[in-house]
Design a protein around this ligand. Structure first.
Ligand SMILES: C[S@@+](CC[C@H](N)C(=O)[O-])C[C@H]1O[C@@H](n2cnc3c(N)ncnc32)[C@H](O)[C@@H]1O
Length: 256
């Protein structure tokens, strides 16, 4: 399982500051994964509550396990698809997300669902990747593989991680979903892939994009690509681990 908490250790502080969660808030964590952000929100909303939702059962089980190791009694988790699951209306004060909103196949439906679950003064605070060409981790890792033949379709049905990278696209979707006054804050910080090249190699081999690329290569091409990938990670080895550059947005909007 990918450990986003380690990968995003330089991103998380900025996002936590942007949440603006108050002690009595009811918080929704969208695509909560293993739940670091859910637990942090629960530490802030001590007289409120936090609901973490993720469509991956594996992630929700891990999130429940990690939460049960804490004394936090104000967290609940639900395994559900936010594009289909009907949320309670006007229930939450803040909807937060760390890279959990970019994979919606129907973003307008999903954001409209989230918007109607927010109280009239509710807010959305989410972190999303900026466009792919501003993210070294994506361009450099993909550059280790030969280009896909023209017309080849990725086996992954997941829309790209960069679907909310363009601010105009985000503004249009949020506006249509009923959000107002979106603000964008840039977070320019490296992502951590492991203490050494072996750990980083194993980590990036868990990416669906890497797996898609590997699947279309023969054994000779695969060995060459793995050599290039290891060389790339070696070039990014520092004394404190392997780091690649990244750029994200924190998008904050209020319910319109
Ligand atoms: C990149 S991970 C981020 C996980 C977590 N927010 C974190 O930062 O550790 C994206 C998560 O969004 C979840 N996700 C994607 N689309 C979803 C949907 N339609 N409904 C619920 N969860 C979704 C995925 O299962 C995955 O766990």
């Amino acid at each position: 399982m990918i450990d986003y908490d380690l990968e995003l250790q330089h991103h998380n502080g900025a996002l936590r500051r942007a949440y603006g969660i108050r002690v009595s808030d009811r918080v929704l964590d969208i695509g909560c994964g293993a739940g670091q952000t859910t637990r942090e929100a629960a530490q802030l909303a001590t007289r409120g509550s936090v609901l973490g939702i993720d469509r991956s059962n594996e992630m929700i089980e891990r999130a429940r396990e990690l939460a049960s190791a804490t004394k936090l009694g104000n967290i609940e988790y639900l395994c559900a698809d936010l594009e289909r699951h009907v949320l309670p209306r006007e229930h939450f004060d803040v909807a937060i997300s760390r890279f959990g909103t970019m994979f919606f196949e129907h973003p307008l439906a999903a954001f409209s669902n989230i918007r109607s679950a927010l109280s009239p003064h509710g807010r959305l605070v989410m972190m999303v990747w900026q466009p792919r060409d501003r993210n070294e981790w994506a361009t450099a890792i993909e550059g280790a593989f030969p280009p896909a033949p023209a017309g080849a379709v990725s086996s992954s049905t997941t829309p790209p991680a960069f679907s909310l990278g363009d601010r105009d696209v985000v503004r249009r979707i949020l506006d249509a979903a009923g959000f107002a006054a979106p603000m964008f804050e840039e977070v320019h910080a490296p992502v951590f892939y492991g203490m050494d090249v072996d750990a980083a190699f194993e980590f990036v081999c868990g990416f669906s994009t890497v797996q898609d690329n590997v699947a279309r290569l023969d054994s000779r091409q695969r060995a060459q690509a793995f050599d290039r990938l290891r060389r790339l990670l070696t070039e990014h080895q520092r004394t404190d681990g392997v780091w690649l550059d990244s750029r994200a947005w924190i998008v904050a909007a209020r319910r319109g």
